[in-house]
Design a binder for this molecule. Structure first.
Ligand code: PMP
Length: 387
């Protein structure tokens, strides 16, 4: 097999990607290929990924249960650690039960492919994460894509679907990963009720960040009990790894019996389960982390907009600064890096053509001085490209 021509085409379009090597833990400062940089691109929203308390919790879990869980949950891999974390996640999400998966990606594949099939309809937001898109494909259900956060388009599609399907599932990100905007969940739940549909919310970027309790978009909008399937990940704000689905006891029991990514994969390793349990405890105990990152992000968004950058509207720690063409965004990111800021360009197919951007993310570890340094670097990069 020869892939050189395709690779050459990717290079010519400015779409070729290469791996960057991190030489340190994910923290405020990171060493990237030997060079210290201010990290402005991680999903470590609460700054927990290298917190010594999580490290200790992971070590304790390994000391007790070993490094590998050695079997799927339904065979030999189910420990009291997994069960405790599931109970804690259910309490956090205010649901009857929760189920762990190895990654958030697998949680979405599992939920969509188990809950829907031939004869069902999935209504999917145009900007949904790839794992929801892939899960929908795997399900064999019919998929209709509605315009991004467009309740009128969704209502029209729901009306057109009446009486034609066994189940209708509306699947949406809670916080859209590349734009950072929040789903209009009250409107979506209202439509779901009116048309007899169910809702699945992917709270990968909202968990630990949004809501009075940091529990995500349902918590943010006070919609407890209205969303049938709440998905989340342990790999972002919670600083560990793994995904989960939270919902009714019967939903979880059904997934245990039907979700292939759950049934046919080895259970999460004890280390990540131990770390995630500690992270959940800290989400409750240290609300100042999410308050701080929220304030910083609002402040930086305002400053970037004042300076004339096209910063996408959002209330989350994700700041999308649209540059335009893929090559330009790549050059912009290189200039930022030369100024000590690590914030790579995001290009198609991750975002639509012409909207390549710098996706800045802040964490609870950043300071106001960091935001000032980011703004200065953005202004210098723009001046340099305009020359
Ligand atoms: N959903 C969304 C919206 C995401 O951004 C991601 C991670 N990029 C995932 C799901 C997958 O989660 P994980 O990284 O835990 O597999």
């Amino acid at each position: 097999m020869d892939f050189n021509q395709e690779l050459q085409e990717l290079r010519a379009q400015g779409l070729h990607r290469r791996l960057r090597r991190m030489d340190s833990a994910s923290s405020r400062m990171v060493t990237v290929e030997g060079r210290p940089l201010l990290m402005c691109a991680s999903n470590n929203y609460l700054g927990l990924a290298d917190d010594p308390r999580l490290t200790r919790a992971a070590q304790e879990a390994v000391a007790e249960f070993g490094t590998g869980s050695s079997g799927s949950r339904l065979t030999t891999g189910n420990t009291q650690l997994h069960e405790k974390l599931e109970r804690e996640l259910a309490a956090f999400k205010d649901t009857e039960a929760a189920l762990l998966f190895n990654t958030g990606y697998m949680a979405n594949l599992a939920a969509l492919s188990a809950l829907t099939g031939t004869g069902d309809l999935i209504l999917s937001d145009r900007l949904n994460h790839a794992s929801l898109i892939d899960g929908a494909r795997l399900s064999r259900a019919e998929v209709q894509v509605y315009a991004h956060c467009d309740l009128a388009d969704l209502a029209q599609k729901l009306a057109g679907a009446q009486g034609k399907y066994r189940r209708i599932l509306i699947a949406t990100d809670g916080v859209f990963s590349m734009d950072g905007d929040i789903v209009p969940l009250p409107g979506i739940c209202g439509l779901a009720d009116a048309y007899g549909a169910d809702v699945l919310v992917d709270d990968a970027h909202a968990t630990g960040v949004l809501g009075a309790n940091g529990a995500g978009t349902v918590d943010h909008f006070g919609l407890q009990g209205r969303v049938a399937v709440q998905m989340g990940t342990l790999s972002k704000a919670l600083g560990a790894e793994g995904g989960y689905i939270a919902g009714s006891r019967s939903l979880i029991d059904f997934l245990i019996n039907r979700a292939r990514p759950f049934i046919f994969s080895t259970a999460q390793s004890p280390a990540v389960v131990g770390a995630a349990r500690k992270a959940l405890e800290l989400v409750h105990a240290e609300p100042q982390r999410r308050q701080h990152v929220r304030q910083l992000a609002d402040h930086l968004r305002e400053k970037l907009a004042e300076a004339g950058f096209c910063v996408l509207p959002s209330e989350t720690p994700i700041l999308g600064v649209v540059i335009g063409a893929a090559e330009e965004a790549v050059q912009f990111a290189e200039l930022l890096e030369a100024a000590g800021i690590f914030a790579p360009a995001i290009r198609p197919p991750t975002v639509p053509p012409g909207t390549s951007r710098i996706r800045l993310t802040l964490t609870a570890l950043h300071t106001e001085a960091d935001c000032a340094a980011i703004l200065t670097a953005f202004q210098a990069a723009r001046a340099s490209l305009e020359q």
